[in-house]
Design a protein around this ligand. Structure first.
Ligand code: PHE
Length: 454
């Protein structure tokens, strides 16, 4: 009950809020998905499309979620109901998304910890062997132990609370993350033939441009900005009324996009130089855990750079996982009037129960399939390809057509701040964003059933 009587926690100011939200946004999506998509979809042209989408579509969705959070001062579970009583169902869906994501994200976080430990302890060369990754994730005990370690780190920060945990760690880790990225990029620039690799990354290749470029950029932006996961609503609910939201949204987007671009500079040229164009075709886990260790093996000082790189990935994944866990814990706290500790314990129990199949699905439980997918892939599909675009679509309908965009624009301008791109916002939230979200839903579904390739 104590939470009920206590005032809601809040970030101490604009910077704490921006860095925490940027911490959520910058994650595996920036480091393992953006570089690969950029290489795949025509380099510079993909980057350009991505930036335009971030400034329009991303700006509209992020402003909406943060404003809903700050206005209602509720976590996602209750925020939608507070806006409109018929939209309570959306709250449940929005709260379900982080519950599905957290367990499998922490399983992958565990893999990152394993690689970080391997590289930092000087064993990086062993990670370049073909059997290293499949043997590790196919094992029963050790991925579970690394999963528990990653989840443990996440839980400790959540237990410390909004100010002493999330805000403090974000203020420390985010600048460090940026610094590490810059150091690695500088190193990559000094590699022999770096210019060729950079050209491959940046030069627009129009022959690779198609409608799919736009679909891929849209999906990537959506995931990368942590939209429709309940996170921005939760963090918005912790932002103080005197914080300038337009400025904050811009800063969060800029931070996220800069790290994505830097990741491209870290990964694409190095992979291109050492494994040729074919190497850049590896995506996701394959790129990070199989191709990159091979690249580090061939580089001078590769074990050291590899260690820096996996520390960076670890920090990025950690600040993302704390944001997902916080979205769940705050929903439990608000909905059931529980203390932070009790909510965290319940969240941990659910996470362990759902994480175990995600981990074992790569090994002893690999024969169990859901819609033809192992557990981890299935949870990823369910959240990213179905629930998130659906939640975002309902949100734009609620804000654009039912309660009206003024609810958001009034919240953003309530202290007399100007809202830049206000007209654009209205058009985006009413017309463009819903259409784009329907396109995302359709293209993901078609891709899932092999009708198109993304
Ligand atoms: N924005 C994150 C990224 O780019 C995605 C994410 C955030 C995923 C939080 C899970 C939890 O990786």
């Amino acid at each position: 009950m104590e939470h009920n009587i206590k005032k809601r926690s809040s970030f101490s100011g604009g910077i704490g809020f921006v860095l925490a939200a940027a911490g959520s946004a910058v994650g595996l999506g920036n480091l393992w998905r953006f570089p690969y998509l950029a290489a795949q979809y025509g380099g510079g042209i993909f980057i350009l499309v991505y930036i335009i989408l971030a400034l329009t579509f991303g700006f509209a969705l992020m402003s909406t979620e943060i404003a809903i959070g700050r206005k209602t001062k509720q976590s996602p579970g209750l925020a939608y109901k507070t806006l409109h009583k018929k939209f309570g169902f959306l709250g449940y869906l929005a709260a379900l998304v982080p519950i599905i994501i957290l367990p499998y994200y922490c399983v992958i976080g565990g893999w990152v910890v394993k690689y970080m430990v391997t590289f930092v302890s000087g064993q990086g060369l062993s990670a370049a062997e073909d059997t290293f990754f499949p043997t590790f994730i196919g094992d029963t005990g050790s991925p579970l132990i690394y999963y528990a370690i990653f989840l443990g780190f996440t839980a400790i920060i959540i237990l410390l609370g909004v100010n002493k945990g999330i805000e403090k760690i974000s203020k420390f880790l985010m600048p460090l993350l940026l610094l590490l990225s810059v150091v690695i990029v500088i190193y990559v620039f000094t590699l022999p033939n770096a210019a060729e690799g950079i050209k491959y990354y940046l030069l627009p290749d129009f022959s690779k441009f198609s409608v799919m470029t736009v679909c891929a950029a849209m999906g990537q932006m959506f995931f990368s900005m942590s939209l429709a996961m309940g996170i921005m609503i939760t963090y918005g609910s912790y932002s103080r009324n005197d914080v300038n939201l337009t400025k904050s949204v811009n800063q969060i987007e800029i931070f996220d996009t800069i790290v994505a671009l830097l990741s491209g500079f870290m990964v694409v040229p190095a992979v291109y130089i050492f494994s040729g164009e074919a190497g850049t075709k590896a995506s996701g886990a394959g790129l990070m855990f199989v191709t990159l260790p091979k690249v580090f093996e061939q580089m001078n000082g590769g074990v050291f750079i590899g260690a820096l790189f996996f520390v960076l990935v670890f920090l990025a994944a950690l600040t993302s996982s704390i944001s997902v866990m916080e979205a769940i814990v705050s929903s439990f706290m608000d909905r059931f009037k529980l203390s932070r500790t009790k909510s965290s314990v319940i969240c941990l129990i659910i996470c362990v129960a759902m994480g175990i199949p995600s981990s074992l699905g790569n090994g002893i439980w690999s024969h169990i399939k859901l819609l033809g997918m192992d557990f981890l892939t299935f949870f990823d599909y369910l959240s990213n390809s179905l629930l998130m675009p659906f939640v975002a679509l309902c949100t734009t309908i609620l804000v654009g057509w039912i309660v009206g965009p003024d609810v958001v624009t009034d919240e953003i301008t309530k202290n007399g701040e100007k809202m830049g791109r206000k007209k654009l916002y209205r058009i985006m939230v009413r017309y463009v964003a819903p259409i784009l979200l329907v396109i995302i839903l359709i293209s993901y579904s078609l891709a899932q059933f092999g009708i198109i390739t993304m």
